[in-house]
Design a protein around this ligand. Structure first.
Ligand code: PMP
Length: 394
């Protein structure tokens, strides 16, 4: 049977990781994979997570199933983290998901069941898994202009012009904060204008919220989704605990559906649960239990928030230092946009030949599209990256 298959496309990030690991040069720099790293290059378990896990280990009484929708307390806490009461509780439903990817999948299935004619509009560029996920669910996708590699900024007027031309069968996938891969984000004023456009056209918003707390702060990063919640009667949000709780492998996230009334929210919830039931029946428990322990305990929550804030401010400091190091060497402001970007990534706008040169000559690994992981930098690595970029782009 399998001989009829054609090879599946290789995931470029994993191929890059393998090349990095096989590189024997001293001082090689990995700016590829999308996980947070500290100054030593480790992706640590957060202290609040460790403490929550110790408590769970000491008190757990069962490993019985958690139920199709997962842990209800976790779902409520995740809804509050994203929306903070911007929508009355009776119109919001959450289903625990295996990571942000799982949440996106549940939401795409829900959209497809709600409107089989829906087309999903994705930013150009976007997280490379968005289009394949939409295709897998069997819906058409299209792209809206988003990033200008020349300036490092959002092509906002072009984006808005496309959104203004959409209608009721269109779904707009927006990154809630910390755009992946570009690092260029909408300002609050730009969010307001996008929301006005959505109100006018009736296009349906899908917010992918994978990095809350990694940009300008936990509350600041939720500006868009909360402003939208106050104006748009129906929308969906996919949240992830992979980055902000460092729970990557434990697969915790939440699929959130907001209906125009309680009846619509219940219908959406029942369909989300039916998708889960037929795919994997129940979500994994551990990651969501850890998050529930942290968010429902004042001391643990405060500890988590301060750890998250330390990660965020370190990434902002790396941005400022890299932009400054390039400016000092090149005497130009060409890469100043890196300091204005937010989140874990910046798209440098370098041609593939330059990306290859940095890899071959300097042992600096970034994605083909020139996305770098800002968390992969620190003191001396920043200096060396700035040297290499300036030399390669002169
Ligand atoms: N959306 C975006 C934009 C992402 O960057 C990621 C993670 N790389 C996800 C969703 C999903 O993350 P996870 O499934 O690991 O929670």
């Amino acid at each position: 049977m399998f001989e009829s298959l054609t090879p599946a496309p290789q995931d470029k990030i994993f191929a890059l990781m393998a090349a990095y690991q096989a590189d024997n040069r001293d001082g090689k720099i990995d700016l590829g994979i999308g996980v947070y790293k500290d100054d030593e290059g480790n992706t640590p378990v957060m202290t609040a997570v460790k403490k929550a896990e110790e408590r769970l280990l000491a008190t757990a009484k069962t490993k019985s199933y958690v139920g199709v929708a997962g842990d209800k307390t976790f779902n409520k806490l995740m809804i509050d983290l994203a929306l903070d009461g911007a929508v009355p509780d009776d119109r919001v439903r959450g289903v625990q998901a295996p990571g942000g990817t799982g949440a996106l999948w549940i939401i795409l299935m829900l959209i497809q069941r709600s409107n089989p004619d829906a087309k999903i509009w994705i930013s150009d560029p976007s997280w490379p898994n968005h289009v394949p996920m939409v295709e897998q669910v069997g819906m058409p996708s299209a792209s809206y202009p988003y990033f200008d590699p020349e300036t490092g900024k959002v092509r906002f007027e072009d984006m808005l012009a496309t959104l203004d031309g959409l209608g009721k069968n269109d779904v707009v996938l927006l990154h809630g904060c910390c755009h992946n891969p570009t690092g260029a984000n909408l300002s609050p004023e730009q969010w307001d204008r996008v929301i006005e456009s959505l109100e006018r056209t009736g296009a349906f918003p899908l917010i992918d919220m994978a990095y809350q707390g990694f940009g300008d702060g936990l509350e600041e990063d939720a500006y868009g989704v909360r402003a939208l919640a106050r104006k748009i009667p129906e929308f969906v949000v996919a949240t992830s605990c992979s980055k902000n709780f460092g729970l990557y492998r434990d697969r915790a996230g939440c699929a959130i559906a907001v209906g125009r009334d309680a009846k619509a929210a219940d219908l959406a919830n029942a369909q989300m649960m039916s998708c889960v039931r037929a795919a994997y029946s129940q979500p994994p428990a551990h990651g969501a239990e850890v998050v529930r322990e942290i968010l429902s305990d004042d001391a643990l929550r405060a500890e988590w928030k301060s750890e998250l804030e330390a990660m965020r401010t370190r990434m902002v400091a790396n941005r400022l230092a890299l932009a400054e190091a390039i400016r000092a060497r090149s005497n130009s402001s060409d890469f100043d946009f890196v300091s204005e970007h937010r989140g874990m990534f910046s798209l440098l706008g370098l041609p593939t030949a330059t990306v290859d040169q940095l890899k071959d000559k300097n042992a600096i690994y970034m994605l083909d599209d020139s996305r770098i992981n800002i968390a992969g930098l620190s003191g001396e690595r920043i200096e060396r990256l700035a040297d290499a970029i300036v030399a390669a782009t002169r």
